[in-house]
Write a protein that binds this ligand. Structure first.
Ligand SMILES: [Zn+2]
Length: 436
């Protein structure tokens, strides 16, 4: 008997809810049908519907049924509004208002409530009191202020970037001692220099080919907020190097399932392995016979040594799988990468490994795998680099690698258009620079 009454009570509630829902639906349908002729009329009738006490009670009842104590408010800021006025307007408890105001004041000075913009509020209702949960205020085209409670229930304000603007930058210079020095003098971000060096890493031996007064040009993307503050770096869309009398311009091209840098003939500069897996270094010991600096006797040097400052990043010279990343005696901390069934490379005397670099993981070409050190049998900070072909060490600096992809057909046509556009854009940038 008892359980039966329980069921029938539940059933009764269900009937009431569904009844209300149906009548609500009928109200909406009838009013919209009635005003079908014009859109504004529908809007007006909907507004009227919102004012309808029966509708409000019904929706409140339904809101309570789905257990949501939260209320989302989107409000268009009017002239002369303050947070206090807005709180008053929506009957929000003002106990925490001063805490919120002082938090926002730390981020933005002056009047940040610009009329016409939409402020969003989330309010929690409890025991008849409306308490603020979060506030989102757009203060400019690309920045919002978000006010939220932290784990200690204190309000904290933070800047949120909502939109970034792409900027095309041109950097150029003359190399006096190293590319790295010349580029940093021109305020080029170190990451861009690394990218630039790895693009040319196939074509240029940075230790031997570069001569004093060689020139370079880098056109690259950056992403900034509306005030010009840098947030991230994009691609190098054009690169140029004049090396030892030879000019090498390269254009970035994005195909359907590939991207890379191509020369004027549509040929990719990318090869399976880079000549120099390190930037800003000096070739200090060549491949071949030499007197070992520590052992003192003549021994064949199975690799190439690049002297560089301790901590200089070392790149994976090609894509592949790490098959060793550990201490290996005389070689100190060393890494071995297997690129394919033919090629593998070895990097020795590392100070340490880059984050997440361990045996079994896949690496991309140019990815930083570790840092220059002097671990193991070594007389000073340098990278010992070996290339193995079919398991046997070869001279990496003399190695002829198969040439890269050549754009054909539709890709080639698209590339030519891209190339002309890029050239025109660079001419514009240079013109602007000369005018200013
Ligand atoms: Zn060596």
């Amino acid at each position: 008997m008892i359980s039966q009454t329980k069921i029938s009570r539940k059933q009764r509630t269900l009937i009431i809810i569904s009844g209300l829902l149906i009548s609500l639906l009928i109200i909406i349908l009838v009013t919209t049908q009635y005003n079908k002729s014009s859109k504004t009329k529908i809007n007006n009738s909907f507004k009227r519907l919102l004012k309808n006490t029966h509708f409000i009670e019904t929706s409140n009842f339904l809101l309570n049924k789905i257990n949501s104590p939260y209320l989302n408010i989107s409000y268009k800021i009017e002239n002369g509004d303050s947070l206090e006025k807005i709180f008053n307007k929506f009957r929000i408890d003002k106990k925490e208002l001063s805490q919120i105001n002082s938090g926002i004041g730390k981020i933005v000075k002056g009047n940040y409530l610009k009329s016409g913009r939409n402020i969003s509020l989330v309010v929690k209702k409890k025991d008849g009191i409306r308490k603020i949960e979060t506030i989102n205020i757009p203060i400019s085209k690309s920045i919002d202020i978000l006010v939220q409670k932290d784990e200690k229930q204190n309000f904290v304000s933070q800047k949120i970037i909502t939109q970034l603007f792409k900027k095309i930058n041109l950097a150029e210079g003359i190399i006096k001692n190293s590319l790295y020095n010349a580029a940093t003098k021109n305020n080029v971000d170190p990451n861009i220099i690394m990218d630039f060096a790895s693009i040319y890493g196939f074509e240029i031996d940075f230790q031997r080919d570069i001569r004093k007064n060689d020139t370079f040009q880098i056109v690259y993307e950056t992403f900034e907020d509306e005030f010009g503050e840098l947030y991230s770096i994009g691609n190098i869309i054009y690169a140029f190097m004049s090396v030892n009398g030879k000019e090498i311009p390269l254009y970035r091209f994005q195909g359907k399932d590939f991207s890379g840098h191509f020369d004027v003939n549509g040929k990719s500069v990318q090869k399976a392995l880079m000549k120099t897996p390190i930037n800003g270094a000096r070739l200090s010991s060549k491949y071949g016979l030499r007197k070992h600096p520590i052992l003192g006797f003549t021994k064949k040097h199975n690799g190439t040594d690049f002297a560089a400052k301790e901590g200089t990043p070392i790149m994976a010279s090609g894509a592949g799988t790490i098959v060793r990343a550990k201490w290996c005696g005389g070689g100190g901390n060393c890494i071995k990468i297997r690129h394919n069934s033919t090629y593998s490379t070895v990097y020795a005397h590392l100070k340490n490994f880059a984050t997440n670099i361990k045996s079994g993981i896949k690496v991309k070409q140019g990815q930083i795998i570790g840092y220059v050190g002097s671990t193991g049998m070594s007389t000073g900070p340098h990278l010992h680099y070996e290339v193995h072909v079919n398991g046997k060490p070869v001279n990496s600096q003399k190695l002829k690698l198969p040439s890269g992809k050549i754009l054909k057909g539709e890709d080639r046509q698209k590339f030519e258009i891209k190339r002309i556009k890029t050239d025109a854009m660079i001419a514009d940038i240079i013109e602007d620079k000369l005018e200013n």
